[in-house]
Design a protein around this ligand. Structure first.
Ligand code: NAD
Ligand code: 0WE
Length: 256
């Protein structure tokens, strides 16, 4: 049997553990026949991430801190040697210092603002630039965003500002890379209880309120993000670029 991503190579950034959105997308891509390189942030996450990654037949694990230019250069040198060509890149990375998500937004520090934008936004530009020369047959770049980019979600704070910049970055990258048949899109996911959501107080109440308001009357399942990632990586989405696709059970359409 042939699948829609047979013969395609993909690199996925942002696997921390089995709950990670990046992991759901990686599993989807793997099932659709893609060959995978999966990266994790640092030694602290190495053990858990490697155990997961190596459980996918054929997948290889690489360490890459996206705030470090030399680690990105080294990784793409390695990917070129090992895979030659690349067809898809998944960016599922975000970070703001914990303190910035607790205080009022008006008290955001210069350093907190810088870090949030460096790791959550600039990294997409940097990875897209490094990946483009390997996407000789064209390609698909996918990032993860959230509704807090457009409307105020209390305590999402500087991450909301960073996601707004990320969504705009998707459009500028889509314009630049379109001439090479490289598409760039974002998936706007409804709230999901991952590591990045842990420690956010009242997250369970948020999930509940979200399910009540959403047209589908439930929360999104992480595998629904995985399936959308597969769609965006495949030729089924060949006419879509520069978009934000909502996978939020319809929450964003509601006015009241
Ligand atoms: P997660 O904690 O599993 O993933 C975040 C990843 O970012 C981790 O793997 C972490 O190691 C990585 N990361 C942070 N700093 C890094 C750095 N310097 N270098 C390399 N990697 C780094 O949580 P998640 O919820 O799966 O988050 C993935 C993406 O989805 C994020 O962009 C997040 O904003 C977005 N998102 C999450 C939700 C949600 O409710 N969980 C909703 C919409 C969008
Ligand atoms: O994008 C996110 C979370 C991103 C995130 C989470 C953390 C927690 C740990 C970025 N940086 C950090 N830094 C840490 O130290 N989401 C979409 C999930 C999320 O986070 C929220 C939310 C939602 C939804 C924070 C406040 C309010 C809502």
């Amino acid at each position: 049997m042939t699948s829609n991503l047979d013969g395609r190579n993909a690199v996925v950034f942002g696997v921390a553990n089995k709950r990670s959105i990046a992991w759901a997308i990686a599993q989807g891509l793997h099932k659709a026949g893609a060959k995978l390189a999966i990266t994790y942030q640092n030694e602290r996450l190495e053990q858990e991430a490697k155990d997961l990654i190596l459980s996918l037949p054929g997948a290889e694990a690489f360490m890459c801190d996206v705030s470090k230019d030399e680690e990105i250069d080294q990784l793409f040198g390695e990917l070129k040697r090992r895979y030659g060509k690349l067809h898809a890149l998944v960016h599922s990375v975000a970070f703001a210092p914990a303190e910035e998500l607790k205080v009022d937004f008006v008290n955001t520090t210069r350093e907190g603002f810088r870090i949030a934008h460096d790791i959550s936004v600039y990294s997409l530009v940097s990875l897209a630039r490094a990946a483009a020369p390997l996407m000789e047959d064209g390609g698909s770049i996918i990032t993860m965003t959230y509704y807090g980019a457009e409307r105020v979600v209390p305590r999402y704070n500087v991450m909301g500002v960073a996601k707004a910049a990320l969504e705009c970055t998707v459009r500028y990258l889509a314009y630049d890379l379109g001439k090479h048949n490289i598409r760039v899109n974002a998936i706007s996911a409804g709230p999901i209880k991952t590591l990045a959501a842990r420690g956010i107080s009242d997250f369970s109440e948020m999930l509940k309120a979200h399910a009540e308001r959403a047209p589908l009357k439930r929360n999104v399942d992480v595998n629904e993000i995985g399936a959308t990632g597969v769609f965006l990586a495949s030729d089924a989405s060949s006419g879509i670029t520069g978009e934000v696709i909502y996978v939020d059970c319809g929450y964003n359409i509601m006015g009241f």
